[in-house]
Ligand binder design. Sequence first.
Ligand code: 01A
Ligand code: AMP
Ligand code: MG
Length: 519
Amino acid sequence: MDVATMADWAVSRTPEKLAVVEGNKRLTYREWGERVDRLARHLVRLGIGRGDRVACMLKNREEHATTFFAVQKLGAVATPFNFRVKRDGIVYHVNDSGAKALVFDDDVAEEVLVVRELMPGCEHYICVGKGRVEGVLPFEELMSEEVPPVEFPALSGDDPSVILYTSGTTGTPKGVLITHSASLARAYGLILNHGQRHMDGERAIGLMPLFHTVGLHTVLLGTVLLNGTYFPVERFSPVDVLDLIERERITYLFGTPTHFQMLLAEDLSARDLSSVRHALYAGALMPGRLARECSEKLTENFTLIYGNTETYNSLFMRNTHRRPGAAVCGVLHEARVVELGGTHEDVVAPGEEGELIVNVRSPESFREYWNKPEQTADKVREGWYYTGDSCLYEVKDGQPLFTITGRIDDLIISGGENIHPAEIENLLASHPGVSDVAVVGAPDLRWGEVVKAFVVRSDPSLTEKQLDNFFKESSLENYKRPRSYEFLSEIPRNPSGKILRAQLKEREGKRDLGEKVGS
Ligand code: 01A
Ligand code: AMP
Ligand code: MG
């Protein structure tokens, strides 16, 4: 089975049911299936074929969903990437994936076109939206042209479906290659853990970005699989989301702790949110207080989902507010907690913490990092994927329980996005007024963590404002920007020169705004 056939069959099951709703655009499965088919034929006419990569720099919108399924249909590999990247990031993702085409939103058209010369392998540029630019194909004009029927290839589950980018310890994003069968297993595996039903009239709000696995595999593919309706949200505004929930009687809400934090900060007293029967979170630790509040104000049926781009839904817990943070192993998974630096056999005793590792024989698992065999070998050892997450292992009434407690590496997770300190440090260290720098994640109520920079100045007149402007003008994305700076006379380092990040984090922890998980 492949993703395109799954979608075709969904169309044939409920042709007149709504598939995608975005503002006034309300497409039935039949209408939407026709758009997918038409775009796929156009892409074939442009010379895109099986195995070619099609990059997408798109927000959550109907065109993104349509492009994804069209690319699946012709056997090409969808390569969506973060729409918040700047010019260097565009060039990196397009060249690293070797994309033959790039589909992008008109608000980034200028950025894309400036760096076009640096992406010689990318032959086609397709722009969604109003912008009309020389040498660029406007998405809707393309869709309004007639195109003859073509024969699409018969795909197997082993064909690559999508490459998703994730940045880990190096800061350089790695492409995670996921096959068609793994894409499908991700959709139904999570549904089995969480407990949705087929043909239950699901109306799912698409808050989670389509360039990440949860937004793509669970919220979009899972909704199509269940013949539900997908409501893509281009820009997250809590008030607009609450309006949409009420207006469209949304039944399914998947967000990061940041989304829930922002939604619950609104006045909900006059809101009717009774249509929401499933709420789920993933991407970052959630304070117990917030989990309890979600279950009180949104729905009792509030589920913790833990996973990663590489292996997907390893842990989950329904009614998570009853025992915040604790989770059981996902249905298509085997998970272990092992000693730091140990092998898959060095399992910790109940009551101890270690690193969570996951068996990659899961049908949800990735195949490899795209063109990065050493990095694959580094993260997958003897059939186990090393998550980099620290985890408490317990056994209660004979039931193994896993509680994620943080990272074992220096990765910062802000609003569910990964940020590596080295990337920020390298940039700030290149400022002529900076002689040394260290970056950590500081606790933050809204974002979970935000970037905090400790700086030793060589120029004593250097200000926070100047550093902030320096960052804004750099090639790094704004969400990675330090939200605060502190000037020190020295960065604490061990004798071999390694930054003592724990010491800096501890300073920040004393100012902790949130509560520890589980409390
Ligand atoms: O100063 P300004 O104006 O530049 O500030 C802007 C943005 O830079 C800033 N911002 C952020 C972040 C962030 N993550 N951290 C820190 N700052 N995002 C944005 O906020 C200002 C307003 O910018 P915006 O573009 O209007 O921001 P929003 O649209 O409000 O974005 C906030 C969101 C929370 C919606 C956004 O960050 C987001 O979509 N996060 C979701 C990330 C996500 O989907 N994570 C899950 C990834 S899949 C991997 C995983 O964890 C997993 C889990 C389970 C995998 C598998 C499984 Cl089974
Ligand atoms: P990514 O690296 O983008 O694939 O994101 C996966 C990482 O997000 C995991 O390794 C965790 O660090 C974090 N994460 C995902 N879900 C959760 C969760 N429910 N609780 C805590 N951390 C999570
Ligand atoms: Mg993440």
